[in-house]
Structure formats: C-alpha cells, structure tokens
Design a protein around this ligand. Sequence first.
Ligand code: ASP
Ligand code: MG
Length: 470
Amino acid sequence: MPIRPTIMKFGGTSVADAAALANVAAIVRVAEKMQPVVVVSALAGFTNALLDSVEKARAGELRHATRSLEEYFERHTKIAGELLGPEARTSFESPLAEARRQIRQLLKIIAAYPVTSPPLQDEIVAYGELLSSQLLAAILRERGLQAKFVDARECVKTDESFGAATPLPETMTRSREHLSPLIESGEIPVLGGFIGSTEKGVTTTLGRGGSDYSAAIVGAALNAREIQIWTDVSGVLTADPRVVPAAQTIPVLSYQEAAELAYFGAKVLHPKTIQPAIEQNIPVRVCNSHAPEDPGTMIVGESQAAPQTIKAIAHKSGITTVQITSARMLGAYGFLRALFAVFEQHQTAVDVVTTSEVSVSLSIDDVAELPRIISDLEKLGTVEIEKERTIVSVVGDGLRNTPGIAGRVFSAISDFNVSMISVGASSVNLTFMVDDEDAHEVITRLHRVCFEDQECVQNSSKNLSAEVLV
Ligand code: ASP
Ligand code: MG
C-alpha cells in the first residue's frame, strides 16, 4: 500500500512570531505518525511588505523600499534566536543574509528601470515563503523531528503568468519525485506555499493566498489522506461571528456548499484553490492553530457530506441593485441578451438575478461603471437603483428536498422588506436582499431559527429535518 501522507498547511498568522512557530511545531509533532508534509506561508505581513517595497522602488524610493523590509528580516533573526540552537541559528543566517542581499539587488534594478516587471516582482516576493519554510524546517529539526526543507519551485511547475501562475500537469510527477522518497524514509518535507517556477526555472507565484492552492496540488499529487488548512479560526462558521456571536463551527461541508459560502467572503477556502483536492476526492479540513483540539470543518465530496441540513447563513453588504422595467420585455425575445450585454460591455459582474414579466432586477458589487451602465440601460427601459443592500443567503444541501424552508425563513423575518428572492440554481442556497440597516437583525433572527432554537439545535446535530423547518 502506498503511503498516504497528511498535508498540513500553515497560513501567515500561524507563523507570525516565535510563539506561533513553536505552536506549529507542537501541532506537527502530534501528527508525526500521519506522514505529514508541511506547506507554509510567509511570516504574517511579509508578502504585503515585499510587494510594497517593489512599489516603493518603482516610485524611486529605493532607500525607503529596502529599509521597510528590515523589521521583517529582524523578525526572522529574532525567531531563529529564540527557537534554534547556536548551530542551526548560524546555518539559517546564511540563507537569510543571501535573501536580503538578493532582494536589495533586485529592488535596485527595479528602481533603475521602473517599468512593471512581473518576473522581478515574483523573484522578490518568493523570498517570503523561501525563508519561512527554511526557518520552520530548522525549528522542527531542533525539536527532534526529521524535517527537510524542499524548494517548492522544484515541485510546482507553472506557466509564465507571473503573479498569478497556473501549475502545469507535470507538477504532479515532479512533486511525487521530490517528496515521495522523503516521506517513505520517514522524513517530513517542509515547503513554501505560493511559489513555483516555469519550465526554464524562473520563479513564479500563484496569486495572493496561493499557499492553499499549493497545499491542494501537492496533496493531489501525493494522493494525501487529508489536506489540513491551519488558520486562526475553528473552521467555517454558521454565520459571520461579528454579526452573530453565537455562530458555531460547521462540522462537515460539501465542496459545493463551501463554494457558495466562499462567494460571500466567508472565511472558507476559495473553491478554485481546492479544485485539485475535489478532483481526487481528498477531504480538506480547516483547523485552528490556536485551538488544535477543535475538530474544525471537514470539506468533502457531496456523498460524504451530511445532507438535509442547513449549514450556514452568509451575507454580503454594500450591494447595489438595479431594476429595469420595460413593457417591451413582454413576450419579446433578445431583451435579456441586450440587457446583459450592457454589463458585459462594462465588465461588471452580476450576482443575483430575478425577473418578472416586465422587469429584471439584478445585483452588482462593483459600482465603478454604474453611471455608464445606467445610461446604456435607459435605452432599454426605466432604471431604478437601490444602494446599501445586503444579500442574505441560507446555504445547505438540505434546501434541495426539504419542504417548507422558505416559509420558515420568511416568517421569521416577516416584518422586514425582503426582495429579489431566489433559490440558487444549485439549490444549495436560498438568497434574498434586505436593506443594509436591517441585515444585522435579519441574520440574527435567521441564525436563531436555524441553529439556536432548542428543537432545531437537537435536530441539526443529527439532521435539520423537514418537521423542524416547517
Ligand atoms: N504569502 C502569500 C500571500 O500572503 C501566500 C499565502 O499566504 O497564501 O498572499
Ligand atoms: Mg493566506
């Protein structure tokens, strides 16, 4: 039987300082028997600082650019000082000094030739992950674990879209070649997320937040038993905790439910980032590095996810709705096409759409082009705009076959003005609009109805079934 490793990805906040890194080492130690492969982000804030330094250099502020990075180099040194013995500390000093030298050199080039140079920028930004992975590997070794730094650029091969590169299929074989022998000999590979290289060996990055994607793709290559994404919350919550303090961790989500939630900016993985895991049916677990005993949230294929359950209430505020009314729509064809062409032409994404015989309502998030959109739409009919609206979405596979949910949801908020009701085509969401100023109360009440009322809580731990919701 081939070994099925566990991928453990730690985000920037999990490696912010010495205490956080010591904590990560303790978490990896507990998982030692699970054949871990560790993927790590840059230290918290470092990627932003590196990108800023590039901007500064481009603006001709070279000294400012290099100086702004000093506190981050010092942070690496300080962590090494606190967590490594003298020998390991000395050996980490040389890659750190080298990174510092190289970054300075590259910033100098950018300042001298201030054109946008995506390859140079990637070369600089990649040092964030290169350093964090070398540092973490050294810390794990210091604690008696057989950890080995692996340069992720050897494993993740990408196209040449610098700044947002796409991994090539050969990443699968490359990752196996580099990582499997280590895993088989009981070693723990430690690699930086987010970074890769082209066929010619030029450094690339996968786009902001790309370490999750690295974890998923390495997990897929190695047929991992599980991909763990360690962050600073206990998994995915039933609602935004800033709105609903009683929000709870959702134990199991399907990939599709996770995708619905991601759209609302819920603290969940972007569905694109876990695509490689989805394709191979590898479960993804979102865990809390500050509360490692919490089971977190498992994101799994539909068949394994508890069906018939409402999973979460997601929302997004500050939305604008556009309503177009025209008698010409009645019985006409081609009208909707003309209407959507306006949004396409102004490159504005439309989120929720509802229609009646003579009017169409839709919601947009980005209003940069709104004045021009309105003037084009006015050629088609009367246009009404409403600002400061909130999309509320009740998400869960349970919506598929549970009668009476809509009644239950809307009777809980019958004193509010609700519009644009739609049941998502995927039937894992029931979506509607309310005013921003009502959103807090609406979400609080729905959360109570779906997750907090005694009878619901009892049932939702099994299954939030039809009787409860009707
Ligand atoms: N360090 C990169 C970023 O901040 C990648 C990641 O953390 O996932 O975007
Ligand atoms: Mg991140």
